[in-house]
Design a protein around this ligand. Structure first.
Ligand code: SAM
Ligand code: SF4
Length: 465
């Protein structure tokens, strides 16, 4: 594909040079970088390369502390919750790490009918979810891309009692500009797409056939999405395919490109690590496996490098790693997930799933754990519904104003959850977390939040500021 000059591209030589420079560092230099990061202005490639090389335990703990400080100042104790909804595992690509790849005969293929999607949604809203991430392989049933549009409509239209989905994010294959316009009109929240690896040679080795084998088609996808009016996008790397240091610098190049071209970068970054997948050797033996300590480093460095961009942690990771990374910078987590189509209303079936999960706990268990750790589980969808997205969101986020919207909305949606779905134990932990959050709020914000809480306790739902 011939690239428009303005579309994303990765300068590998510049990354290699930055990593070379990053080889030499002393404690003073690292501390200088951390001081700058605390000013919440983000970091450049050279700084990130230096942080990526830090291995001294004392210095590393200072990196982690700086990330905690930044996370706390921007996001407070909020953690937004969502669930993925796999609608289809049909796929025409041959990504060697994924169970859904076309030639994998070990996986049973299934795409859900609209009635089956509604069944899945009823299950998810019955647990208390308000946000869904729609996921699919890159091949749709006979109706083609309109299957995705119909599925989104079904999700929004399926409700029961207080249960409803208020925001549908999507993680589906790259689209044309025309298709992105239709996706935008379907009222999606975030369009999410992971480059998997930004290293061109590695990319070719792990994407053997199908449309996804074209590196540039994938890399320029977010440009097409944003050109089509989607201003809320998520990007990510599948860690384990190539050197993580290279990947985070390339990710930064992608982010800076979007900021320069569209005036706003991605709303979220996802950090999946390769997990075992049926019929994939590489998934169980990643060529560049990321250790747990490096994984924490990745989250901390991203938090410091792009302080206002959300970081998503999925249930690929186990409960302990998830707990640790909340403090380092994660702002959104999935919970109670299944990665096989029909997995919520039916059961978790290994040979229909995309990969194995590290965290099998229910939403209620995760919410209780998160609240007991001092975080505030949030089901808020307000920004997207009042149009605070893209540059508008960043304008609010930068001076820290977003917190005055987010804290009350987080508390209100959490109270809704506790009233409608929380178990007795979770309610107790949740009420305590809300009490503590209110105590720490500025008086005017507390007053506003208490008013919202009183409305919810009296039976009103879906109130936000
Ligand atoms: N099919 C679309 C695509 O590839 O962009 C979207 C959905 S795909 C199911 C979502 C993501 O799952 C991929 O982008 C990839 O990063 C991730 N994934 C695939 N295999 C995985 C594995 N074995 N472990 C962890 N994540 C995996
Ligand atoms: Fe298909 Fe996506 Fe899996 Fe690749 S990662 S095989 S495109 S579902």
């Amino acid at each position: 594909m011939v690239q428009d000059k303005r579309e994303a591209r990765i300068d590998e030589a510049r990354i290699e040079a930055a990593l070379d420079l990053g080889r030499e560092h002393d404690a003073q230099e690292v501390r200088g970088i951390l001081d700058r990061a605390r000013e919440l202005e983000g970091l450049g490639e050279a700084d990130i390369a230096v942080l990526a090389k830090v291995s001294d335990p004392e210095l590393l703990s200072e990196v982690f502390q700086a990330a905690r400080d930044v996370k706390d100042r921007i996001y407070g104790n909020r953690l937004v919750l969502f669930a993925p909804l796999y609608v289809s595992n049909l796929c025409g690509n041959e990504c060697v790490y994924c169970a859904f790849r076309a030639r994998n005969t070990e996986v049973k293929r299934r795409s859900l009918s609209q009635a089956e999607i509604a069944c899945e949604v009823l299950h998810l809203v019955g647990e208390g979810h308000k946000r869904i991430l729609l996921v699919a392989g890159e091949s749709y049933p006979s109706e083609g891309f309109s299957y995705v549009l119909r599925s989104i409509q079904t999700i929004y239209e399926t409700a029961k009692g207080h249960g409803e989905i208020r925001r549908v994010n999507v993680n589906i294959a790259p689209l044309s500009t025309e298709e992105f316009k239709e996706l935008c009109e379907a009222r999606i929240g975030t369009y999410q797409l992971f480059q998997e690896t930004y290293h061109r040679e590695t990319y070719s080795k792990v994407h053997l056939a199908g449309r996804k084998a074209d590196f540039d088609w994938r890399l320029t996808t977010i440009d097409r999405a944003m050109e089509s009016g989607i201003d809320d996008v998520g990007i990510g790397v599948l860690f384990g395919l190539f050197d993580w240091r290279f990947e985070i610098l390339a990710l930064m190049q992608h982010i800076r490109h979007l900021e320069e071209r569209f005036g706003v970068g991605p709303h979220t970054i996802s950090v999946p690590r390769l997990e075992p997948a049926t019929g994939s050797d590489i998934a169980s033996h990643p060529p560049h496996a990321v250790s747990d300590i490096d994984f924490r480093k990745i989250v901390a460095i991203l938090r410091l490098a792009v302080p206002y961009t959300g970081i998503i942690m999925s249930t690929r990771e186990g409960a302990d790693m998830r707990r640790e990374t909340f403090a380092l910078g994660v702002s959104q987590i999935s919970a109670g997930s299944r990665t096989n189509p029909g997995g919520y209303s039916g059961e978790e079936i290994a040979d229909e799933s995309q990969f194995s999960l590290g965290d099998h706990r229910s939403l209620d268990d995760v919410v209780r754990d998160v609240a007991a750790l001092g975080y505030l589980p949030s089901f808020c969808t307000a920004c997207y519904r009042v149009g605070r997205t893209g540059a508008d969101f960043m304008d609010l986020a930068r001076p820290g104003q977003i917190r005055s919207h987010c804290q009350p909305n987080a508390v209100a949606t959490f109270q809704e959850y506790l009233e409608d779905y929380g178990s007795k134990e979770t309610r107790a932990a949740g009420e305590e977390a809300i009490k503590k959050t209110l105590e720490e709020m500025q008086p005017s914000l507390r007053l506003k939040t208490v008013k919202m809480l009183n409305h919810i306790k009296r039976g009103r739902r879906d109130i936000y500021c």
